[in-house]
Design a protein around this ligand. Structure first.
Ligand code: R5P
Length: 295
């Protein structure tokens, strides 16, 4: 059976249809002290596929409880699908006010702590585009990753004019190339980004001229929107036509949507690893293929 976390109900339902598995009902209650209780009372069968983005602290707890609940109900084989792996950007000790890699003792590798906890209740993990692929090494069970980037091309209009696909930094260039290749035409370029604070970045203009072109800014995550909106502002200054922001994981913290709109984004295109109004593209087909491979 497919067992959905609260944050991944649409994706779990799509996956159930695609893999011809039953979809389990899940209940989530809250005790007076604030603790949550996630359960799957009707679960039956030997095999469980839990589908739960860990996009909030509660979603992490739910995931751990659901893993335990299916074991209690007799599951002998548990696969945990984590479409968005939260805390993946905390992949090294990072004290506020210190450069990455230069923290004093006493700071955690948060993603390692999360991965170890999840590993205790599952037989394998499947994730989509974790921020750094190396974070998968922290799981103590086999882990597989699929890339959600090429699917973003499906959400773009087919009539883009002389499209330019842009990465906010050199590290995202391979992702941009994957989207361009899946789209089938267009050129690629990348900016140089320096982070000034948690919500602010500085972006150096790129070489490519966006004048009179449709531009797609691609990133793995849009969180505060600081990176994407600053990139869009630079592109707007260059006289672009339509500007699309495309990301795998639409975290969209705080006022990110407004920030993107004010910067001049025509449309935000995201996958359903985090379920948002902008989730125009589904990773369900790719996840279904990965699950079938494992069967
Ligand atoms: C950074 O390396 C990531 O690829 C994203 O650019 C970053 O996480 C986006 O964060 P924000 O939307 O807060 O600028």
């Amino acid at each position: 059976m497919i067992v959905p976390g609260t944050a991944s109900q649409t994706l779990a339902a799509r996956l159930a249809v695609r893999t011809d598995r039953d979809l389990a009902a899940v209940t989530v209650e809250r005790f007076p002290d604030g603790e949550i209780l996630a359960a799957t009372p009707g679960f039956h069968g030997d095999s469980a596929v839990i589908v739960a983005a860990t996009s909030s602290t509660e979603a992490h707890i739910e995931l751990l409880q659901l893993q335990d609940a299916v074991r209690e109900a007799g599951a002998t084989d548990v696969t945990t699908v984590i479409p968005y792996l939260g805390y993946a950007r905390q992949d090294e000790p990072h004290a506020p006010g210190h450069d990455a890699g230069d923290s004093p003792p006493g700071y955690p590798v948060s993603v390692r702590a999360m991965a170890r906890a999840i590993s205790t209740g599952t037989d394998r993990v499947l994730t989509v585009s974790p921020h750094e692929p190396s974070v998968m090494e922290h799981f103590e069970v086999p882990g597989t990753t699929i890339s959600g980037t090429p699917a973003l091309a499906e959400g773009l209009p087919t009539d883009l004019v002389d499209p330019l696909f842009v990465a906010p930094d050199g590290g995202a260039r391979a992702m941009v190339e994957a989207v361009r290749d899946a789209y089938g035409r267009g050129t690629i370029d990348h900016f140089e980004k320096s982070r000034l604070g948690p919500e602010t970045v500085e972006i150096e203009p790129s070489d490519a001229d966006p004048d009179d072109r449709d531009v797609v800014v691609v990133d793995d995550i849009i969180a505060t929107g600081g990176t994407a909106s600053t990139a869009v502002e630079r592109i707007n200054e260059g006289g672009a036509n339509r500007i699309y922001a495309a990301c795998v994981h639409a975290v969209l913290a705080g006022g990110a949507r407004t920030r993107l709109a004010r910067a001049g984004v025509t449309e935000l295109i995201a996958t359903d690893t985090i379920e948002r109004p902008a989730s125009h593209v589904s990773v369900a087909p790719m996840l279904a293929t990965a699950l079938e491979r494992q069967d």
